[in-house]
Design a protein around this ligand. Structure first.
Ligand code: UGA
Length: 466
């Protein structure tokens, strides 16, 4: 491919990933004349959702990136030009920037020439609910014994408890790496819009103890379209946890309002719309439904609660948010049971399995609680999802997967909308009603028009709708 062709391809990839206009993308793209920019050598540890997006986007900004992961299969796929996860725009971005990207399982290989090491490893909860930082310490271990002369900073993108920065600083000093700066740069990536949120974020948060590290991380983001907020490390660590907790609070709040709406005859959809028109409140995260899932909100809200508990503070508000969320899918099953009398040997169609639309991610998906409860009640589960990868575990091994929503609904006693997949709006609902044994629909995401569904002959139940 000629350089010009490659550049045009890269511009088109950026347009697709960010929604930028062609002209704007051309101006922003790495290598554009006149851009005040210093390319850096960045090693990204962890090639999961966050690491891959971070690596691809830094390469897109013009940096030389090496991605390191412990899973050889993942690295082999990436080296072969395959993308191990589904994330819109990511494949195009990796392909367009392949000259600036390399992949390895060897930590020493990744660190050797790096000027910046980005930590994008997972920090799952331990048995006590505290964050397991072992993978973070492993990254620091891998810096020992290799030449780190060029290494200017270690940057934490993983979500960690407040105070981790201090511990990392001490670990770096103990390892003879006092010359390596440290910064926190928490991610606010939303799955399904990850590339866009990286390149056009609401804000870039940088926590640093020294000006050099803050300046370096700020400069790395040259070309990113969003304001940069520099603060103390502990503040940056807290921003991440508090942001997710507040978003989770909005969701649980509207779900509580929905429950009160059900009991009083109000419609949460009309209520949420008008609440959201108040600029002080904003329209986002006011969609009532089966509750939040995913790899972040459930984990981060519990992590913040545990962190507060460790200081002796009972974070009661957050406890309530978590409890409301845990109840939401269970309430749905109870409502279905009230309609059908019993769920034993009832055939139930689940429409959608992933924790939200636009992703293949099943982590902490409400669908798993719904399906497990149905199974426990003796129901027969038939499901549909365009992307979900549920793995070989219950409840999914007991469920039958179908290629289309109507197939999943054929012969069903009830159908439940679990994920807000836009495909569900295109379903031939008249055909679905005829295919079902009993035309009952529980719309767990308030995706469908109740009037139309009733006119089609369905018994329609939504969340917080009369
Ligand atoms: C979330 C945050 O939005 C990101 O800013 C953050 O960086 C990320 O977690 C993280 O910590 O890594 P994500 O988990 O990808 O991103 O998904 P969201 O789009 O925020 O949705 C989370 C869950 O809330 C989904 O299950 C969704 O269905 C649910 N939700 C969202 C609602 O039930 N109602 C709403 O109004 C909005």
């Amino acid at each position: 491919m000629t350089a010009d062709k490659a550049r045009k391809k890269a511009i088109r990839a950026r347009v697709a990933a960010t929604g930028d206009s062609y002209t704007r993308a051309r101006r922003k793209i790495a290598g554009s004349p006149g851009r005040d920019f210093q390319p850096r050598r960045v090693a990204v540890f962890g090639a999961g959702y966050i690491g891959l997006v971070t690596g691809a986007c830094f390469a897109e900004l013009g940096h030389q990136v090496i991605l390191r992961d412990v899973q050889p299969e993942k690295i082999r796929m990436l080296q072969a030009g395959e993308v191990p996860i589904f994330e819109p725009g990511l494949g195009d971005l990796l392909a367009a920037n392949k000259d600036r990207l390399s992949f390895t399982v060897d930590a020493a290989d990744a660190v050797r020439d790096a000027e910046v090491v980005y930590v994008c490893v997972d920090t799952p909860p331990t048995a006590s609910g505290d964050a397991d930082l072992s993978r973070v310490w492993a990254v620091i271990d891998s810096l020992k014994g290799v030449s780190t002369d060029r290494l200017a900073a270690l940057v934490m993108k993983s979500t960690v408890p407040v105070g981790t920065g201090e511990r990392v600083r001490a670990a770096l000093d103990d390892a003879g790496l006092a010359h390596v700066g440290y910064a926190a740069n928490p991610e606010f990536t939303s799955e399904g819009r990850a590339v866009r949120t990286f390149l056009r974020p609401d804000r870039v948060v940088i926590g640093a103890a020294d000006e050099e590290s803050a300046g370096l991380v700020t400069a790395l983001h040259g070309g990113v379209d969003g304001p940069v907020e520099v603060m103390r490390i502990a503040d940056a660590e807290m921003v991440k946890l508090a942001s997710n907790a507040l978003l989770a609070t909005k969701i649980s709040f509207i779900n509580e309002i929905a429950t009160v709406c059900e009991a009083t005859g109000a419609d949460v959809e009309a209520v949420a719309k008008a609440i959201g028109m108040d600029s002080r409140l904003g329209p986002h995260f006011l969609r009532a439904g089966l509750g939040y899932g995913g790899s972040c909100f459930p984990k981060d809200s519990r992590a913040l609660r545990v962190m507060a508990s460790n200081t002796g503070h009972p974070f009661q508000l957050l406890s309530a948010v978590i409890e409301v969320n845990e109840l939401q899918p269970r309430r749905a099953i109870q409502r279905l049971k009230n309609e059908l009398g019993t769920l034993k040997r009832r055939r139930i169609a689940l429409l959608g399995m992933t924790f939200k639309a636009g992703t293949d991610d099943m982590r902490e998906a409400p669908s798993t609680v719904v399906a497990s409860r149905l199974l426990a009640e003796g129901a027969d589960i038939h499901c549909w999802d365009p992307l979900a990868r549920p793995g070989e575990a219950e409840p999914w091994t007991s469920a039958t997967r179908h290629a289309s929503p109507v197939q999943a609904m054929t012969g069903a006693d009830a159908a439940m909308v679990i994920t807000e997949w836009p495909q569900l709006r295109q379903v031939d609902w008249t055909a679905a009603r005829h295919a079902m044994r009993n035309p009952l629909i529980f719309d767990g995401r308030n995706l469908l028009d109740p009037k139309k569904m009733r006119a089609t002959g369905f018994t329609y139940i939504g969340v917080g709708r009369p």
